[in-house]
Structure formats: C-alpha cells, structure tokens
Design a protein around this ligand. Structure first.
Ligand SMILES: [Zn+2]
Length: 141
C-alpha cells in the first residue's frame, strides 16, 4: 500500500523532494538511454520510453515533474513524484519484453532523495485514477 499527497499538500507539508540536477552519473545516463531508446529491448520485463529522444527534454521532464507533481510514498518510505501534464496527450509508450503494451501520459520520478540516482520514466495516468490525497482527501491531478 502507498500513500498519496496532492501537489498542494506536498508543498504545505514540506514533503517535496529537492529539485534534481540534470543527468550527472553513469547510472542516470544508463536510465536515460533505456527510457529514450529508439527501439524497445526484448530483455526488459517493462520498459517505458519517451517519444522524444532528447536528453534535454528528458531532464526537463524530470525537473518539471519534481517541481509540480503529486507524491507517492510507499510502505518502505520511498518517495516518487508523479506528474500528468494532460491525461489526453501521450508522451511515450510502455513495452513488456519488447512488445508494445500501452501509451503513457505521465512522468514518474523515482529515487527522488538520491541525487546521483534520481531519474524519470513514463507511466499511464490510469494507474492513479481514483486515488486521493492522504491529507486533504482531494484528487491528485
Ligand atoms: Zn491534499
């Protein structure tokens, strides 16, 4: 089970992670390559790929999401920041074992408190529909 906090409560409760720098480390660059790949890999159980292959765009998505998104805090206290710019417009695709699974419209930033590992990928906003803010009870996006 995870707890969720809407963008307003995330700020009010001072839960928002620090704004990440652009890609700094080999680990982050490996993730960037995976999530901006032109061709999906048969060796990844799940791989979500941004439509844009631009490193700049990838880094911008990460920063925008952390600045504006809502929070998911799981039972191990890991914090993800999730930002859906528009539920109607896709920004990427998800593949399972190299096979197309679904279009994605949401940026998820993981490892948000690890400056040398923080990175974004894309997800489908349907996954978060119906979840409510743990603090105010309002919608997340
Ligand atoms: Zn709230």
């Amino acid at each position: 089970m995870a707890d969720y906090y809407c963008p307003r409560c995330t700020d009010k409760l001072a839960l928002r992670p620090p704004l990440p720098q652009v890609i700094l480390t080999p680990y982050q660059d490996e993730k960037r390559a995976k999530h901006t790949a032109a061709v999906s890999s048969l060796s990844h159980p799940v791989q979500s790929v941004f439509d844009s292959r631009s490193t700049r765009y990838y880094a911008d998505c990460m920063q925008e999401a952390v600045a504006r998104g809502f929070l998911q805090v799981d039972s191990s206290h890991r914090t993800q920041v999730i930002f859906c710019p528009s539920a109607q417009s896709s920004i990427g695709s998800k593949y399972k074992w190299g096979q197309f699974a679904e279009r994605t419209d949401t940026v998820v930033v993981v490892k948000t408190f690890e400056p040398d590992k923080v990175h974004p990928f894309t997800e489908n906003s349907a996954r978060y529909v119906g979840k409510l803010c743990n603090s105010c009870g309002g919608p997340l996006f």
